[in-house]
Design a protein. Structure first.
Length: 123
């Protein structure tokens, strides 16, 4: 797992792909890139329903895996599956969203009720 500590505190902005700001998927793309994995850019939107529909449409391109460093964690926010994080160790992810104040690490246990699954890109 590549070091992502330099990303902590980087601001959240919808649609941002770095390096000055990231949205949740832009951050996952950057973390994966640092681990030698190139993820496609599926675009961004600010509407959670649209985000959820886009995530559902692209889910066949991902395979479910166990929780492990480098896995993408898919999360439910409200009624929608509309958030992602990147697993950095057995019980922490790095993520960003409008309520986080920028890129942060957080315990997966804090999100346990919202976790849909862990995935890696299969193309």
């Amino acid at each position: 797992m590549a070091d992502v500590s330099d990303l902590i505190g980087t601001p959240f902005v919808y649609g941002a792909r770095g390096p000055a700001a990231y949205d949740c998927y832009g951050l996952v793309m950057e973390c994966a890139r640092r681990d030698g994995v190139r993820l496609p850019d599926f675009g961004a939107d600010t509407n959670q329903g649209v985000i959820a529909a886009m995530m559902g449409a692209t889910l066949p391109q991902w395979r479910e895996v166990d929780c492990r460093p480098g896995a993408v964690v898919l999360l439910r926010v409200g009624r929608h599956v509309a958030h992602v994080g990147y697993v950095v160790d057995g019980n922490r992810m790095v993520h960003t969203w409008e309520s986080s104040g920028g890129v942060t690490t957080q315990r997966l246990d804090d999100w346990k009720q919202r976790i849909v699954g862990f995935y890696e890109y299969a193309g």
